[in-house]
Structure formats: structure tokens, C-alpha cells
Design a protein around this ligand. Structure first.
Ligand code: MG
Length: 209
């Protein structure tokens, strides 16, 4: 990434260490042009890393979030940020932050924000994908749903990245690990790289189940 874009990403709130951000960017650069999808946008930190790769490759990136925060972002939870609360709803509201991030990064023409839950969007999504980044809600139900809703749309040889994957339970929640196991154990994806909690996989010819 250019120093300008690295500075924008660094200044953006989010939960992505620098080494994982670099690995995500590098993985995205190996994906083909076409439509890319990020599930879980928050304020757009990873969106800058993936979006800049999309610009380089000639892809378009859609980034999907309801923008009202996950459980762990709500008041009283560990990852709550009071500066992101919308006084009108009393809930988190990260869409304005994303808009500012995309403006600062000059990525408005590459990134399309989709505002909704994955359950809503999964119902109508049909477009094939050449890159998918799963980084949404980390409950078992939603993490499995997001894989089932979007992973089948990744074309053979397409790239799947999964964030917050922890092999040891003491390091973090189980759902992303369980999604990784599902992807690999069913043969639908082959793992190609690991950096911290970021896993990079490539789609095979086998069906997603
Ligand atoms: Mg994450």
C-alpha cells in the first residue's frame, strides 16, 4: 500500500494488527478481478487494505455491515467505544466513520457499502465472487450462516480469508475456527497461508457444504 493509504488505515478504528493487515492485502492481490466481498466493515480499516488491492487488481469491492456493532461493541462490553454511539438510537453507528475512511482513502469509486444484516443480504445475493473476507459477527450461528450464505459464491481458485481464527480456545472464540474447519474438512477450500488469526484459503472444484 502507499504510505498515504497506510496512514489512513492506521488512523481508522478497528481490530486488525499490522501484520494481519499486510497479509490480507497480499492475499487480496492474488485474487482475480471481478466482485470482491467483505463481511464485517466496522469503520473501514480492513476495507482500506482490501480496497487498495482491489484498485490495483481492477476489482470492485462490496463491504457488508449493518453498522450497529456486534455484541462485544455494545455498551457494557469489552470492545465498546462511546464515541461511536448514535444518541438517536442509543446503538453503535459506524457508517459515518466508514464514509469518512473511504473519502480519506480515495476509494469511493472502488468500494460499495452495503448496509444490512448478512441474513438480509444472503437471501438475495447471487453474484459470483473472486475474493471473500469473512470478518462479521462471531457467534456460532451467524459465523456459520455467513459462510453458508457467501462461500458458495466464490468461484474455483477464488480466495477466502477468515479473520479471528484461533486454534487454541484460550486464545479466542470458537466460531471462526469452526468455520475454517468446515471449509477445509469438506474439501471446498484449501488453506494456503496463516498470519496471526488470519487464514487464507483457495476455493477448489468441490461443492461448499
Ligand atoms: Mg476481525
Amino acid at each position: 500500500m502507499t504510505p498515504d493509504l497506510t496512514a489512513v488505515a492506521s488512523a481508522t478504528k478497528g481490530f486488525l494488527p499490522d501484520d494481519e493487515a499486510a497479509a490480507l492485502h497480499a492475499a487480496a492481490l492474488t485474487a482475480r478481478p471481478g466482485l470482491w466481498l467483505e463481511v464485517g466493515t466496522y469503520c473501514g480499516k480492513s476495507t482500506v487494505h482490501v480496497g487498495s488491492a482491489a484498485r490495483a487488481v481492477g476489482a470492485q469491492l462490496a463491504t457488508l455491515d449493518h453498522h450497529r456493532g456486534s455484541e462485544e461493541n455494545q455498551a457494557g462490553w469489552e470492545w465498546h467505544d462511546t464515541s461511536l454511539v448514535d444518541p438517536h438510537t442509543g446503538r453503535l453507528e459506524t457508517l459515518p466513520s466508514l464514509r469518512r475512511t473511504l473519502w480519506d482513502a480515495g476509494l469511493d469509486d472502488v468500494v460499495t457499502a452495503i448496509v444490512g444484516t448478512t441474513q438480509q443480504v444472503g437471501r438475495w445475493w447471487t453474484t459470483p465472487l473472486t475474493f471473500l473476507f469473512l470478518d462479521g459477527n462471531h457467534t456460532e450461528e451467524v459465523a456459520q450462516h455467513d459462510y453458508a450464505a457467501f462461500a458458495p459464491h466464490v468461484e474455483p481458485a477464488g480466495v477466502l480469508c477468515i479473520h479471528d481464527v484461533f486454534e487454541r480456545p484460550e486464545d479466542g472464540g470458537r466460531p471462526p475456527w469452526n468455520v475454517l474447519r468446515r471449509a477445509v474438512d469438506t474439501g471446498a477450500y484449501e488453506e494456503t497461508a496463516v498470519t496471526g488469526s488470519l487464514r487464507v484459503l483457495r476455493r477448489t472444484e468441490k461443492p461448499v457444504t
